[in-house]
Design a protein around this ligand. Structure first.
Ligand code: CP3
Length: 345
């Protein structure tokens, strides 16, 4: 029997000749009753910082749907908190109480030593790897510098998106570059520690980079992706790395220059066109619209099958959503999605 881990490894060797492996961004979240029950008793940050709780939450989607990969439970903003940026998770999402908008604020941030600053995610990876690592892929992750900078600069990202970040990019580009440099070096250390702890692969989330035009992406996001991936591949020549950019249809070719071995694309991209654009040497991951999970289960199956048919025979494809599972998503839709991928022959 080919295990989930074999499928995942084969994808990165570009020689998977079976069904694609499947996992979902935000697969361990509020749409699961078991998650909500734990959250009723514990604050989100407490859950991220307790390996006992984080291991339990990370494994919920394996127990519920037998997904092929376990993404470790944490948040992209946790290492920023460990660098000294005061962070709250309120009803409307994360808030940095002291936004970082100038050199003085940046100088107040400390460096990150992952072993002492973010021990919980490393311990969670070790324990999840111990529990299921022989069978399942274990995924670590980090936010990309541009997206981390967006939260630090905005303080809170509301309905106006990343306006303050964009004003900073055009008004104080030298400050932004300094911030991105600091974040890139921290992120490389952070992901290196996750690979050392036993992650099968790591994904870099650049949720906000799709806000940029291609030239600005090449100036303010791509160089930092490259720094991170170059560091990882110099330490681990075979490191499995994935870059996610939301709204990145216009950036696919530039993303392929990041050094990531896989690209996670959203539903605005045709996977066929992306494959033609980037060639055969890159893993593709995606790309069902998470909103499609609100269709009746039969329609969910049909939409999943359409993607599977499109990628039939692609030896380097991972099934995922184009962005995270949303809190109101019906569990039955997620079950239908995973079953459809797993029974595809
Ligand atoms: O994918 C996973 O299941 C692993 C864990 C994970 C979380 N967040 C858990 C989480 C991962 C990989 C993330 C990434 C993340 N966090 C991103 C990048 C990907 C993306 O979704 O765009 C970003 C931008 C964040 C920052 C963040 N964290 C926001 C904007 C929010 C609020 C919105 C929301 O969905 O609640 C969070 C909170 C958060 N992160 C929750 C979870 C399960 C919900 C917290 C709760 O229980 O209240």
């Amino acid at each position: 029997m080919t295990s989930s881990l074999d499928l995942f490894r084969n994808v990165f060797l570009h020689r998977n000749n079976g069904r694609p492996p499947v996992w979902l961004m935000r697969q361990a979240g509020r749409y699961l009753a078991e998650y909500r029950a734990l959250r009723a008793r514990h604050a989100f940050l407490e859950m991220c910082e307790s390996p006992d709780l984080a291991v339990e939450v990370s494994l919920l989607p394996v127990e519920a749907f037998d997904v092929d990969a376990v993404i470790v439970f944490s948040d992209i903003l946790i290492p920023l908190r460990a660098m000294g940026a005061p962070l709250d998770f309120g009803e409307e999402g994360p808030v940095f109480r002291e936004p970082v908008r100038d050199d003085a604020a940046l100088d107040r941030l400390g460096d990150l030593d992952p072993a002492t600053g973010t021990p919980a995610i490393l311990e969670t990876i070790r324990r999840v790897a111990e529990r299921v690592g022989g069978e399942k892929a274990v995924l670590g992750f980090a936010g990309a510098p541009f997206t981390l900078a967006s939260y630090l600069i905005e303080g809170r990202v509301g309905s106006r998106g990343v306006d303050t970040l964009m004003r900073t990019l055009y008004g104080k580009p030298d400050f932004l570059r300094r911030l991105l440099e600091r974040l890139a070096s921290m992120t490389a250390d952070y992901l290196e520690a996750q690979l050392d702890a036993g992650a099968t692969a790591v994904q870099l989330f650049d949720t906000w980079a799709g806000r940029l035009g291609a030239n600005e992406y090449r100036e303010f996001a791509l160089p930092y992706h490259r720094q991170v991936f170059e560091r990882l591949s110099s330490r681990f020549p075979d490191a499995r790395t994935i870059l996610f950019v939301r709204d990145g249809a216009h950036l696919v070719e530039a993303m392929a220059e990041s050094g990531a071995r896989g690209l996670s694309l959203d539903w605005r991209v045709s996977l066929k066109a992306a494959r033609a654009a980037v060639g055969d040497d890159i893993v593709l991951q995606g790309n069902l619209d998470p909103a499609a999970l609100f269709a009746p289960a039969e329609d969910v199956r049909a939409r999943v099958r359409a993607i599977l048919e499109d990628r039939r025979g692609d030896p380097a494809f991972i099934f995922n959503l184009g962005h995270g599972v949303t809190p109101e998503t019906p569990v039955e839709s997620v079950r239908a999605l995973v079953e459809t991928v797993k029974s595809f022959g």
